[in-house]
Each structure stands twice: as structure tokens, then as C-alpha cells.
Design a protein around this ligand. Sequence first.
Ligand SMILES: [Fe+2]
Ligand SMILES: [Fe+2]
Ligand SMILES: [Fe+2]
Ligand SMILES: [Fe+2]
Length: 311
Amino acid sequence: MLPSARHLLAIGTCLLAVGVPSTAVAAPQSVHRLQPQTLTDLQTSMQGEAFANASYTFYADQADREQLPAVADLYRRTAKVELHEHFHEEALLAGVIGDEAANLTAAIEGETYESTTMYPQFAREAEQDGDQNAAALFAEIAKDEAAHNQAFKAALRVLQTGEGQVPAPPQADQVPVPAGPPQVHSARTLANLDTALHGEALAFARYTVFAEQAAQTGDERVAELFTGTAAVELHEHFAGEAVLRGFVKDTRTNLRTSIAGENYEAWTMYPTFARRAEAAGDLDAAELFRHNSRDEAGHARAFQEALIHLG
Ligand SMILES: [Fe+2]
Ligand SMILES: [Fe+2]
Ligand SMILES: [Fe+2]
Ligand SMILES: [Fe+2]
């Protein structure tokens, strides 16, 4: 198994641990009925939705740079659907959104893995491979994740003991991601950057829905902590890695990449997941996968029209 696949699996396993109901997690009833394969498929879908949301956010900025406001607007509207409809509904069905304590515990698990295992290893490997810029970025992000971990732990203590105060949210440095080539050399660094980009996109999406859950319960300080941390994951970490990866290209190329991704989700991924969920008797999941499949086909058409319009 490739290192990147191993890391993705570890992130997925973290997520699975959150998705499985326990005494600490007020999971919806549907989680009890979901077959393991359906839960795995929901996690894969959530990863895809989170990554599409993050990608489209930066493709929108690039369209603005090229003075293509209609394309930028299409990307921003589509990004919202991926996050606030597709990701959110899948997370609800998978039982990933628990009560505040469960969400903080899940966040602490993810931050611990990233700060003590994933990023230190990526930094060492980039150093060995002569990609000093990536080594420096990974080491810096590892420190940020350790700080996120401490802040979430402090917030959980406040919740459990009623003592102290929920920390103020971190401030994100907004890193611009202009179109450009990769700035690293080794295939291993590129693969690690891909894994890291997926992890950051997922962290952003999870913290965004966790913030909404906290706001609904009236806990504004925890909501602000999740929202502020989410902004760091996307606008600083994902963005910094995207620059080194050469992730953003010119808008025509970005549109072609987006069309391929949407078509894969619309015609292969979601239909496969829907058939499996239906066969397993997970009818809510099958319906959601089918609904999302139709939406993705619409996204592919809209991007295709935008591409044709550009000539
Ligand atoms: Fe989607
Ligand atoms: Fe973090
Ligand atoms: Fe991060
Ligand atoms: Fe989509």
C-alpha cells in the first residue's frame, strides 16, 4: 500500500471511530442500521465532498484573478452545495455529528494524529527528499495542529468541569493560491501533499458542521473556536499546501478537472454506492447517494457550459 493511501486510511479510521455510536455520542438511530460498507461509502463520499468544496473555493479565486466573475460565482455556489448539502447530509446520516463533547473529542483525535504522527513524518520525509520548503511547511503546520489540539482540549474541560474559559479562536493567515506549477520535486512529497490536502479539506468541513451544531445549542464560544480553526485549516494549511502542490491551474484547466471529478461522482461513485446501500437495505443512504448523483450530473453540465462559453 502506498504511504498516502495508508495515511488516508488512518484519517478514515479516525472518522469511523466517530461514526460508530458509543455511550459518549448521541448518534441518530439510522447509524445502528447502517451496514459497515454503507458507512465506509459515506466516509468516502464525505471526503470527496469536502475536497470538492475546498478545491472550488480556490478555483473561484483563480477565476476572479482572470476576471471571470460568472465562473467564480458558479464555483462558489457549487462549493456551498458540496459542503452545506452533500457533506452535511452525509455526515448526519453517518452519525459523524454528535453532541458538543463528542465533536470536541473527535476534533482532538484528528489534531493529535496530525500533530504527533502525520505532519512530523511528512516533514522528515520531505527533508530526506530535499524538499526543504515542504519540510518547513509541514513542521509549521504540525505546530498549529498541536495548538488546535490544546484549544479543543481546554474547551472540552470547560464543558466537563464548568471551570475556565473556552479559548479564543486562532486567526488564519489568508494564503493566496495563484495558478502555478508544483514547487516540490520528489514523488513522495507530492503524494504526501495530496494526503495532507485531503486531510485539511476534511478538517475544514467537519469543523464547519461542528460549529453549526455548537451554535444551534447556543454555545457561541465553541462555535467560534470551530469556525476560526476551520478557517486556518482551509485558508492557511490547505492553501499553503496547494501552492507547493501547484494545485490551481488556469481556469480552463480547472474546469476540465472539475468536470472529470463531477462525472466520476455522478456516473460511477454515487451510483455504485446507491446500489450497494440498496442491496444492504440502507434505503436512506441509497436515496441520498442517488440524489447527490443527480446533483453532480448538474454540476458537470454547468461547468461544461462555462467551459464552452469561455471558448
Ligand atoms: Fe457533491
Ligand atoms: Fe487543525
Ligand atoms: Fe490543518
Ligand atoms: Fe458536485
